[in-house]
Design a protein around this ligand. Structure first.
Ligand code: GDP
Length: 313
């Protein structure tokens, strides 16, 4: 399914282990499915080979997409460890806002701090989600105070420090704007994502431009490039140009284009600006390479890479 940029939100999820990220995403998925139940199934191109789809693209399992009111919300997981600083920075380049998930007793933890720092440095707005609000010793006011202090410590702007707060019991799928007034659904969280976090600023009519941001590997398909479409659209069998770190030009043909739906990777004919896609058939592509229009090639500035990069000679 293709989406216009205003119908997309790309967000990163920041959470300390055990604070309930998996459970919350699950609650969002369930809610999203309830909404979709009575809607006609959109036409899409499925991978004809189910087995192949099963084997899939493992790196993409870090991404989830949910739909609310016709808006596709791509949720990108972020590694919670400082060793992955480069990856965190790159993920922050793909998204336009973050969900900071904190436990209602423990509050923000040191491991979430460096990820949040990157998010704030990129100028992103955060929604703070205080989860496990049902815990008997929950102390939401204290947790919010600590979170606010953390934002200030990290040099948040005034706007960033005025983060919206939601309270959730991810286990039961309940959510609310006040800790003692939860609704029995994730609607308040979805509404907040749509209202508080911006749509991707992209050029749907411009020439193709995408930066290889994350990389996966499949024994059969080879390298899999994940990135956000900054401009234009990309489709199966499109002729594209890859510009590597040394500014060498490599003409290529895209084999497959995948987007996300729920926890699944879905092969599509074409994806539009703003969406996060996975591509195969791009050869010895390296992180930071630009995939662009052969007729209007435009390289993006290089990005920080901590992984060894292949040099194509
Ligand atoms: P993750 O490591 O952040 O993905 O955390 P999980 O989603 O696996 O949750 C960690 C534990 O907390 C699990 O045992 C969940 O059942 C539990 N949990 C998650 N959300 C809630 C909640 O809102 N309330 C309570 N009481 N437990 C929760």
């Amino acid at each position: 399914m293709t989406m216009k940029a205003e119908h997309i939100r790309n967000i990163a999820m920041i959470a300390h282990v055990d604070h309930g990220k998996t459970t919350l995403v699950d609650a969002m998925l369930k809610q999203s499915r309830i909404f979709r139940k009575n809607q006609p199934v959109e036409e899409r191109v499925m991978d004809s080979n189910d087995l192949e789809r099963e084997r899939g693209i493992t790196i993409l399992s870090k991404n989830t997409a949910v739909e609310y009111e016709g808006v596709k919300i791509n949720i990108v997981d972020t590694p919670g460890h400082a060793d992955f600083g480069g990856e965190v920075e790159r993920v922050m380049n793909m998204v336009d806002g973050v969900l900071l998930l904190v436990d209602s007793v423990e509050g923000p933890m040191p491991q979430t701090k460096f990820v949040l720092r990157h998010a704030l440095e990129q100028g992103h707005q955060a929604i703070v989600v205080v989860n496990k609000i049902d815990r008997p010793n929950a102390r939401p006011d204290h947790v919010i105070d600590r979170t606010f202090d953390l934002f200030v410590d990290l040099g948040a702007t005034e706007e960033q420090a005025e983060f919206p707060v939601l309270y959730t019991n991810a286990l039961t799928g309940a959510c609310g704007k006040e800790p003692d007034q939860l609704t029995d659904s994730m609607v308040p969280l979805f509404e907040e994502i749509l209202n508080a976090l911006p749509a991707p600023q992209v050029d749907p009519k411009g020439p193709l431009q995408l930066q290889a941001t994350l990389m996966g590997y499949d024994d059969y398909k080879g390298k899999i490039v994940i990135g956000r479409l900054n401009s234009g659209s990309i489709g199966k069998n499109d002729h594209v140009l890859r510009i590597d770190r040394e500014q060498n030009h490599h003409p290529l043909k895209v084999s497959q284009v995948f987007t996300h739906e729920g926890l699944n990777r879905i092969e599509v004919d074409r994806a539009d600006a703003g969406d996060i896609v996975a591509l195969t058939g791009l050869g010895d592509v390296g992180i930071g390479d630009t995939i662009t229009d052969p007729d209007h090639p435009k390289a993006l500035p290089p990005i920080k890479v901590e992984e060894p990069t292949l040099t194509v000679t």
